[in-house]
Design a protein around this ligand. Structure first.
Ligand code: NAG
Ligand code: NAG
Ligand code: NAG
Length: 351
């Protein structure tokens, strides 16, 4: 059977994440996709990203401003777009593209607030009822595709009754980090806690296999070079009756990135120069075994999106659905609200 030609896509956005993640990861799977254009509001930044991409995709075009965006919309060879812009404007851009009939892979967070999620979901429903072929709205949350989480999820199911979960994140968001001065992240309500935190909530929800029902949190602002809050400690209640604690420090002097504790433990690590997760499973009588899983979540999520838009998969990948991304945001929003209200117990909105 002849190989169908790979789907044409465009990247909207030309920031750090596009240059350091999207382009290199797309280059690894260049047989699955045809990167046709990179767009940014300004010509200068679009050109910067196109320069990086040209080595791998010689035909990539540089587009900018309203005119460039319209050209992408008009180009019927572009089936889908990756929306990788400021968190505050992503939903608006995604909806504009969906209305134009393009499939969308939007970067997380799914939205900047619960209010935005609600309008977004109604608007999306409206679009799909109007058009004959429903464009896909996917949220790129690479944690749902990380092999460590996929494998550990199976182990957690085998172990039996869950008693308690602890998720501790000690980040390293100081001035050496390339995202430290990102203005949109600083201006987002919830700051880095929301922007970084959605990954960890995604990982948590995936591993426990159920939803968070309510939270009670304390937040504080310790490092004044960071937007508030930068420390959060939250209790959470899970649908399965189990409870747990979520601790996140945006900038720690001894960063550990992510630790999930219990009978199974997941920790960031490096092996043979590759970054990934160390998963340790504790058995009876003090035995334990550790397995290393290098990162590949971004590549896997991109592959899944391309399968979905080229119509080669039977059903749409559920881990990419917009509602999954929205569920991560509402858990963090509830934690931030609880923190602002002295630890009041806040139910998590259901979608
Ligand atoms: C969805 O469609 C209904 C009926 O056409 C309309 O009243 C509503 O304003 C639309 N909502 C959004 C968010 O577009
Ligand atoms: C930021 O954190 C990293 C990781 O802990 C550390 O190596 C680096 O020195 C820190 N930079 C500053 C400016 O504190
Ligand atoms: C915030 O986190 C830092 C790093 O773990 C810790 O030193 C500090 O005590 C925390 N502050 C509050 C108020 O919890």
């Amino acid at each position: 059977m002849a190989n169908p030609s790979p789907p044409g896509i465009a990247i909207l956005g030309a920031g750090i994440f596009v240059k350091t993640q999207y382009i290199p990861r797309l280059a690894e799977i260049s047989d699955l996709v045809n990167l046709k254009a990179i767009w940014s509001r300004s010509e200068e930044s679009a050109k910067g990203a196109v320069e990086v991409a040209r080595k791998h995709f010689p035909g990539v075009e540089c587009k900018w401003g309203d005119e460039g965006l319209n050209e992408i919309i008009q180009d019927t060879s572009i089936l889908g777009v990756a929306v990788v812009i400021a968190g505050q404007t992503q939903v608006e851009m995604s909806l504009k593209m969906l209305k134009a009939g393009k499939h969308v892979l939007q970067e997380k967070p799914a939205a900047a607030s619960i209010g935005e999620i609600e309008t977004a979901m109604t608007s999306y429903k409206n679009i799909s009822t109007d058009s004959p072929c429903r464009p896909i709205w996917a949220v790129a949350e690479n944690y749902r595709f990380e092999p460590a989480f996929v494998e550990l999820k199976k182990l957690v199911e085998e172990i039996g009754d869950m008693m308690n979960v602890q998720l501790i994140i000690e980040g390293s968001m100081n001035s050496s980090n390339p995202y430290f001065s990102s203005s949109w992240r600083r201006n987002l309500d919830g700051g880095f806690i929301l922007d970084m935190g959605v990954h960890y909530i995604a990982g948590l929800r995936m591993l426990v296999g159920c939803e968070v029902t309510s939270v009670s949190a304390t937040t504080s602002h310790v490092d004044k070079t960071l937007p508030a809050p930068d420390n959060i400690t939250s209790n959470f209640q899970l649908e399965n009756g189990c409870s747990g604690v979520f601790v996140m420090v945006v900038s720690s002097r001894s960063p550990k990135a992510c630790r999930l504790k219990g009978t199974v433990q997941l920790e960031r690590g490096v092996q043979d120069g590759r970054h990934g997760y160390m998963a340790t499973v504790y058995g009876e009588g003090g035995t334990s075994r550790t397995i290393f899983y290098p990162f590949s979540g971004v590549t896997e999520e991109l592959k899944a999106f391309f399968r979905d838009i080229s119509g080669t998969s039977k059903e749409q990948e559920p881990r990419l659905s917009y509602v999954e991304g929205a569920r991560d945001v509402v858990v963090l929003e509830a934690m931030l609200e609880s923190g602002a209200r002295n630890g009041a117990v806040i139910p998590v909105k259901k979608f």
